[in-house]
Design a protein around this ligand. Structure first.
Ligand SMILES: *Cc1c(COP(=O)(O)O)cnc(C)c1O
Length: 226
């Protein structure tokens, strides 16, 4: 698998839409990440805390680590010292814990709020009403060590491109609405994380600023991941 070539290929495609590439390296060995690193890739995404922590200790220090998977509150403390962006924040309680651990580490942690846009009910995230209510809440104004820098979403896993486009468009509309209507210290809408191997083209058209690409860079994973 020519990992370096794949990185170059995606950089070429994505430069046209100003979209950042997050190389999703979950389950892949460190050598594979190093090949991508040597091709210039600096943003890597993982979905398991233990794997993320292990790789961050072993690999070059200028890598920006993205936690892209569902995060349990009791594990936030392990990634709080170094994580660059947490993509899938799906509850106020999780955000409270991230704030607490960020404070302990004397830093501010950037977070994306995950919005439930897919039809499948297995996916985590806020719905639109919950999200707006939360942005209006007193609770959020108390959090001084987090910054909500955008939204993240996963479309339904379907061949129906029209449906996927509709789901991404709805997330972009919500992103724009929040960017235009909310002036909070804790909120700065800059990143819209949507699109993976199967649907990144649709996501880019819809206005994604970050795509999370795994198998198209590193090849198929050996065991299924949620
Ligand atoms: C695994 C994963 C990806 C990447 O999936 P690919 O289909 O391999 O590109 C993107 N986002 C999340 C949240 C993931 O868990």
């Amino acid at each position: 698998m020519p990992i370096a070539e794949n990185i170059n290929h995606f950089n070429k495609i994505l430069s046209q839409s100003n979209t950042k590439l997050i190389a999703v390296s979950k389950t892949k060995p460190q050598e594979d990440l190093l090949q991508a690193y040597e091709a210039g890739q600096r943003h890597f995404g993982e979905n398991k805390v233990q794997e993320l922590t292990g790789k961050s200790e072993a690999l070059p220090k200028d890598i920006k680590w993205h936690m892209i998977g569902h995060l349990q509150r009791n594990k936030v403390k392990y990634i709080a010292p170094f994580v660059s962006l947490i993509h899938a924040v799906d509850s106020p309680r999780l955000l409270n814990e991230i704030n607490k651990q960020a404070l302990k580490n004397n830093r501010t942690i950037d977070c994306l709020l995950q919005v439930h846009i897919a039809q499948e009910d297995t996916k985590f995230g806020f719905n639109e009403t919950e999200l707006i209510d939360y942005l209006n809440s007193e609770e959020l104004t108390q959090l001084k060590n987090i910054k909500i820098t955008g939204l993240m979403g996963m479309a339904t896993n379907t061949d129906n491109k029209g449906q996927v486009a509709q789901e991404f468009d709805s997330l972009k509309a919500l992103f724009d609405k929040i960017a235009n209507e909310y002036q909070l210290d804790q909120v700065k809408m800059e990143e819209l994380s949507m699109g993976m191997t199967s649907d990144f083209e649709i996501a880019c058209k819809a206005g994604s600023t970050m795509v999370r690409i795994g198998s198209a860079i590193f090849g198929a994973r050996n065991y299924p991941q949620p």
